[in-house]
Design a protein around this ligand. Structure first.
Ligand code: HEC
Ligand code: HEC
Length: 156
């Protein structure tokens, strides 16, 4: 098998045609002309982000209406300083079942004790540990884009 078989020969012919096309049909721009890259944030790539003026949280309020039954409820209070790390979860200081009575916070849902394999645990499941993946605080800000979402039928 030292002669190229038919499909390989065809492939080689195609590659050659491509090379020729590239040589003769190449655009007039010199190959070594610098490419002009620009970041979306309009700063040097290496510059750090401007500090901004921080998140302005809405005032603490009563629980907010939900738009569909499976929705993670919105956080109706500030979360400034409520750290969640691998070793510490400030949210559970109030929302854990053992704390809810005294803090007046809603107990985390029973679904939060289920692992992804469906096993029930006696404390919060790792997949529900980082609360802010799903629950978001509110800010009184102008919407960036329009939204025509209507609450699900079960909520109307
Ligand atoms: C100092 C106590 C405290 C801490 C800490 C806290 N919460 Fe709350 N949270 C509350 C209270 C009180 C309510 C309101 C309960 C009510 O009015 O019915 C609430 C309400 C909520 C609700 C709305 C529940 C619903 O039924 O609509 C969510 C979601 C929530 N908190 C998530 C969080 C998350 C996520 C964190 C951590 C980033 C957190 N909370 C930290 C006390 C706390
Ligand atoms: C992967 C997404 C996800 C994560 C992570 C998560 N939640 Fe939830 N949470 C939900 C959804 C969805 C619901 C509503 C449906 C339900 O009860 O499971 C909910 C419901 C709740 C409720 C309302 C319970 C009720 O009885 O109405 C509270 C309070 C809450 N979560 C707090 C927390 C806290 C505190 C954490 C972190 C320890 C957390 N959640 C992590 C998705 C999440």
């Amino acid at each position: 098998m030292n002669k190229p078989t038919f499909p390989f020969a065809r492939l080689r012919a195609a590659a050659l045609a491509l090379c020729l096309a590239q040589t003769f049909l190449a655009p007039a721009v010199a190959a070594d002309a610098p490419v002009k890259l620009q970041t979306l944030r309009g700063a040097e790539i290496t510059a750090s982000d401007p500090e901004g003026d921080g998140t302005r949280y809405s005032r603490d309020s009563a629980p907010l209406p939900r738009d569909f039954v499976q929705q993670p409820p919105l956080i109706p209070h500030t979360i400034k300083g409520y750290t969640v790390t691998k070793n510490f979860n400030k949210c559970l200081d109030c929302h854990a079942w053992a704390r809810a009575k005294e803090s007046g916070a809603t107990k985390i849902s029973v679904t939060h004790f289920k692992t992804r394999e469906g096993d029930e645990l006696s404390s919060v499941s790792p997949r529900r540990y980082f609360c802010n993946q799903c629950h978001v605080p509110q800010s009184d800000a102008k919407p960036l884009v329009g939204n025509t979402f209507k609450p699900g039928t079960g909520m109307r």
